[in-house]
Design a protein around this ligand. Sequence first.
Ligand code: AMP
Length: 174
Amino acid sequence: MTIKAVGETVRCYVGLGSNLDEPEQHVLTAMDQLDCGAHSHVAKSSSLYRSTPIGDERQPDFINAVCCICTQLCPRAVLDHLLEIERDHQRARCVDRPDGPRSLDLDLLLYGDAEIDEPGLTVPHPRMHLRRFVLLPLIEIAPELHIPGCGSVCGLLNQEQIKRQRVTPVIIQA
Ligand code: AMP
C-alpha cells in the first residue's frame, strides 16, 4: 500500500451502490469501512438514494450514495482498498452481465483534480457524468464541484437525458 508523504492529504469521492440482499445495510457498512482512521477518513457522506437500473433492467432497484474521503493513499491504493471492501461483501462479477446485480459496487469517482488513464484505473470515473444516481448524491455533499473534463455537477444534472433517470431519496423510517 503506497502512502503519500506525511501530511499530504487528498480529497476524493467514492460512489457506492448495491441491489442484493439488504442493499441499505451493504452501503452503510461500506461507509464505515471507508472510514479507516490510519490513512483515510470519511469527511462527508450523502443520504441514500434509490435508482432504477440502467442498461440491464431485469434486476431490483439500486441503493446509492457518495462519500467524500480525505486520504493519504495514492490513487491505486485507494482503488485496492475499495476492491478489498467489495470482496468483504462477497461481491461476485458475472462476465455475461457486467451491469447486473451486485452486493456492493465501489467506484473511485474523483481523486482531487487528478486525471488518470492507466490499465485498470480511470479517474474521473468514465461514466460518472452520465449517471444521476452519482450526480444527485454528489451535489448534496459538494454543491460547487466540477468534474475535470465534464463541467459542473449542477450543469450536468440539468441535462434532459440525466433528468429522465429515476433516482429518489430513501426515506429512513424512525
Ligand atoms: P466494476 O466494479 O464492474 O465497475 O469494475 C471494477 C473494475 O474497474 C476494477 O477492477 C478496476 O480496475 C476498474 N476501474 C477502472 N477505473 C475505476 C474507477 N475509477 N473506480 C473503480 N474501478 C475502476
